[in-house]
Design a protein around this ligand. Structure first.
Ligand SMILES: [Fe+2]
Ligand SMILES: [Fe+2]
Length: 310
């Protein structure tokens, strides 16, 4: 156990503020730095694309898939950061007249998520400049945010911790296993994680704090709502896997027959389920916090739901 874990909550919020100030970055000056994307590079590493699942594609086509998925990465983060920011602003009210370190930490968290949304809009446009026309991402971030925020805070914080922890997995995949990945996209992973690592600490603090006020019945309902949220995320991933597979078939430069299309679309879905659900759910930290809050039976319900998403 690290020293940080044993600190009182107020000090953990204060440390998060310090770290947030220390790592703070600017979209243009630190991340983009006047660069453009080059289609000679992969945008997402093989370890996130799960490139081996695209069994019928050539190496160049797999690279194109990684570029499509890079654009979808920007769009998915733009989407989830809309509801994450709204929830953080809502939670900040509970600290207005309380712990001012907690308030400052959440204000910075919100400010960073607004910046991240701007970064990902920029990345979406920059990828759009170098890929063929016809890409579609038609899921409305505000509609999704309204639906997500209709669930309990406990469930939303569980999903948020899962998401914010997996940015670390994504960063580690980008530096460890794949030397052909775009340096610019590697920096997106790196700089995003630098700020997300504070967010994950704050998610945990807020989740545990909120959990203390719940009755057993409320928590049991919240577990079901978390499962419903994961299923809703999966619905988004299914729609985007279909759209991205169709875009690939239309723009890859050769005829993709019906049988091959039936293989490519599930491969996209497999990538997205790994990127946006399992890579966070399998993080030891996520499992540790979750299991400290729920019963074994509730944990089995969650595991059974996750197991259907393969
Ligand atoms: Fe973010
Ligand atoms: Fe975040």
């Amino acid at each position: 156990m690290t020293a940080t874990v044993t600190l009182p909550d107020s000090q953990r919020y204060a440390r998060s503020v310090e770290a947030s100030k220390r790592v703070r970055w600017d979209v243009e000056a630190d991340v983009i730095r006047g660069r453009r994307f080059d289609t000679a590079h992969k945008f997402l590493p093989d370890g996130l694309v799960l490139a081996d699942a695209f069994t019928t594609l050539s190496p160049a086509e797999k690279r194109f898939v990684s570029q499509i998925q890079g654009r979808t990465y920007a769009n998915v983060f733009g989407l989830v950061e809309r509801f994450i920011n709204a929830k953080v602003l809502e939670l900040s009210q509970e600290h207005w007249f309380g712990d001012q370190h907690a308030l400052e930490a959440l204000v910075r968290f919100s400010d960073e998520e607004l910046k991240h949304q701007a970064l990902f809009r920029r990345i979406d446009a920059m990828v759009g400049d170098v890929l063929p026309d016809g890409y579609r991402f038609e899921i409305d971030a505000n509609a999704v945010a309204h639906a997500v925020l209709g669930k309990s805070t406990w469930a939303v914080l569980a999903l948020t911790l899962d998401i914010e922890l997996f940015t670390q997995t994504h960063y580690l995949e980008s530096i460890d296993h794949d030397t052909e990945v775009s340096e610019l996209f590697k920096d997106v992973f790196l700089f995003h994680w630098k700020e997300e690592s504070q967010h994950a600490i704050l998610d945990e603090l807020e989740w545990v704090r909120h959990d203390r006020d719940l009755t057993a019945a409320q928590r049991d309902r919240a577990v079901d709502e978390f499962i419903e949220l994961v299923a809703a995320v999966d619905g988004i991933l299914q729609a985007q896997a279909k759209a991205d597979a169709a875009y690939f078939a239309a723009t890859c430069g050769r005829a993709v027959g019906e049988a091959e299309s039936r293989a490519v679309e599930p491969a996209f879905l497999k990538s997205y389920r790994w990127q946006y659900i399992h890579s966070g759910a399998q993080q030891p930290r996520f499992g540790k916090v979750l299991s400290s809050l729920i019963t074994d039976t509730q944990g089995q319900r969650i595991q059974a739901a996750l197991a259907t998403l393969h």
